[in-house]
Structure formats: structure tokens, C-alpha cells
Design a protein around this ligand. Structure first.
Ligand SMILES: Cc1cc2nc3c(=O)[nH]c(=O)nc-3n(C[C@H](O)[C@H](O)[C@H](O)COP(=O)(O)OP(=O)(O)OC[C@H]3O[C@@H](n4cnc5c(N)ncnc54)[C@H](O)[C@@H]3O)c2cc1C
Length: 291
């Protein structure tokens, strides 16, 4: 296998979550991923925590960190300051995103409105980052199109603009059918997008939550998946086994179609991602950790 392997984490909110994140990182690090990325909370809400997670990765591990950064709720100077701080800390890879408007008090999604003095869309952020430093920049792609795009062609135009602005990798939103990803890649290539397009793989830990996320981001949850997880709400062990098997099958189908790069949404848990990588022979071959 010559493809790349990467893991995504989110910054922890509490000391207990922090401990659990670092245990996960320690268990996944021996796979020697090409990079690990740390998300930026909705509306920039995790600015400090994202930064301190990145700093700790740089100080205490050999892992190559990538920092997510969004345009939401900040003017250009503020976003530039965050990017400059990443650069100064030694971060050389940014996942550049528009972000979403924070949820309202009732937890409902609200419409995104660009900050009047901010980077309006991800494409603007990509260009801004390139002015700050020679960052490696990854951007988001949507196999089932972004819900705010008029159609697939509008969505691919936007993706092409992000690549033309300097992005060198596309990491996709999660999806559950290999055909969905393959069709997307085929259309992206036809649209002249030549950079690597890396599938974002989401091992399903909580099916009800995945359905909610999927609805918000326009990803389809196939009926067969509902059937597989039905009745398992109170049975986490069986759910884990089903989940690992579903993700492995998806990755195998992708591999059959020539896919070699994989990005895992770990949700800060090592077990599923570790099991899936071992089953697929992804990452460095090392003895299992007993942590
Ligand atoms: C791999 C990955 C990682 C992510 N990480 C995070 C994270 O850390 N934090 C977070 O908050 N969110 C994250 N997200 C979610 C992301 O912020 C949302 O999906 C968001 O809605 C869109 O971000 P984008 O970068 O794709 O936006 P864009 O590429 O800017 O596109 C957003 C929408 O705007 C449209 N658009 C673009 N330009 C214009 C224009 N000039 N006029 C009108 N419409 C336009 C596009 O067609 C598209 O529909 C992530 C998503 C992915 C796939």
C-alpha cells in the first residue's frame, strides 16, 4: 500500500475527555499516520483548545498535525492571527473550511452569514492562508454535494475554485456507499480537479447521532444500515462489531476501485479505527497496544 492514512480528532472539552483523547492518540500513533488533524469548533468556539491540542501533539508526539480553521464569526485579521499562531507553533498543514453558523439556543442549525469583514467562503480562506505562509492546504469535498449548493455542478465549481486557490488535497464528508464516492471522484476529474480526493470514513458509534449529522450535511444513510443497527441502542459491544464490519466493507470496496488514501473520523476513540486499520492492513504494522 502506498496511500496515505490520516486521523481526525476534536479538541477535548473536559479533563476527562482530554485524558481519553490522549489515550486514543497513543494507541493510534504506532500506525504512523501521515498526519492527524484537529477540528475547529463551530463558530471558532474551540480556538484555544484546538491550539493547545496541536501544541501538545507537536511537543509530545512524532505525529504531523494539521489544524482545521474556519471563517465563521471572525474578521480576516482574527483568522490570520490564528493561522500565524499555527505557523509559529510549527503547524504546516491547514484544513481550510467555511464552517457553519453555530446552532441556536434550541440546538437547531441556522443559516450561515459571512462575517462582514471576514473570509466569506473557504476559497477566500485558502487564498488568505497562502499569503501568510506556504501551508499545505486541504479542503472539504461533498460526495453528495453540500446542502447549500444549487446542484452538483455548482458544488464542483466551488471545489475547483478551492483547488485553484492553492488546496492540494480534498478530504470528503462521510458517506456510506462506495459508489457515491467513486461517482464523485469521476465527476471531479471531469471538472478538472486533479488533486488527491481522500474519502472521509466515519465508523458509526452512535447510529441515532449519525442520522442527525447526516441529515444536516446532506449525506444519505442507506436503509440497510438502519436494519443493521436496529435494536442495538442498548448493546454497545455488538454495535461496535457491526460498525467495524460496515467500515471495513466500505473501505474494501473503495480499494477495489483504486482508492489508496483514507481519512478516519475517529471521534477521539481509538478502538474502532484501530480495528478497521488492522483489518485492512493500513498503517505501520505493529503489535496491538494493551491500553
Ligand atoms: C473534512 C471536513 C472537515 C471539517 N472540519 C470542520 C471543522 O473543523 N469545523 C467546522 O466548524 N466545520 C467543519 N466541517 C464542516 C464544514 O465547515 C461545513 O460542511 C460547511 O457547511 C462548509 O464548509 P466548506 O469549507 O465546505 O465551505 P465552502 O467550500 O465555502 O462551501 C460552502 C457552500 O457555500 C457555497 N459557496 C461557495 N462560494 C460561494 C459564493 N461566493 N456565493 C454563494 N455560495 C457560495 C458552496 O457552493 C457550498 O454550498 C468539516 C467538513 C469536512 C468535510
Amino acid at each position: 500500500m502506498s496511500g496515505t492514512l490520516s486521523f481526525e480528532f476534536f479538541p477535548p472539552k473536559t479533563p476527562a475527555m482530554e485524558e481519553s483523547l490522549w489515550r486514543s492518540i497513543q494507541r493510534l500513533a504506532p500506525l504512523k499516520p501521515d498526519f492527524v488533524s484537529v477540528t475547529y469548533g463551530a463558530g471558532g468556539s474551540t480556538r484555544e483548545r484546538t491550539h493547545s491540542t496541536l501544541q501538545r501533539l507537536l511537543a509530545e508526539t512524532q505525529l504531523v498535525p494539521a489544524a482545521h480553521l474556519t471563517c465563521v464569526n471572525a474578521n480576516r485579521d482574527e483568522v490570520d492571527e490564528v493561522a500565524q499562531a499555527y505557523w509559529d507553533a510549527g503547524v504546516r498543514h491547514i484544513v481550510a473550511l467555511r464552517g457553519d453558523a453555530p446552532a441556536d439556543a434550541a440546538g437547531n442549525f441556522t443559516r450561515y452569514l459571512p462575517h462582514p469583514e471576514g473570509y466569506a467562503f473557504a476559497v477566500d480562506l485558502v487564498a488568505g492562508l497562502k499569503r501568510i505562509g506556504d501551508f499545505e492546504v486541504s479542503v472539504a469535498g461533498y460526495p453528495e454535494r453540500h446542502p447549500e449548493s444549487a446542484d452538483l455542478s455548482d458544488d464542483l465549481d466551488n471545489l475547483k475554485r478551492k483547488v485553484d486557490a492553492g488546496a492540494t488535497r480534498v478530504i470528503t464528508q462521510f458517506f456510506f456507499e462506495a459508489e457515491t464516492f467513486c461517482r464523485f471522484v469521476e465527476n471531479a476529474r471531469k471538472a478538472g480537479i486533479t488533486v488527491p480526493i481522500v474519502p472521509g470514513i466515519l465508523p458509526v458509534t452512535n447510529f441515532a447521532q449519525v442520522q442527525k449529522f447526516a441529515k444536516a450535511c446532506g449525506a444519505a444513510v442507506p436503509d440497510w444500515m438502519g436494519g443493521l443497527f436496529e435494536g442495538l441502542d442498548g448493546d454497545p459491544e455488538t454495535r461496535q462489531l457491526v460498525s467495524a464490519s460496515v467500515a471495513v466493507k466500505l473501505c474494501e470496496k473503495l480499494r477495489d476501485n483504486g482508492v489508496e488514501d483514507f481519512h478516519f473520523y475517529t471521534l477521539n476513540r481509538a478502538d474502532l479505527t484501530l480495528a478497521i486499520c488492522r483489518m485492512l492492513g493500513l498503517g505501520a504494522r505493529v503489535p496491538a497496544s494493551v491500553a
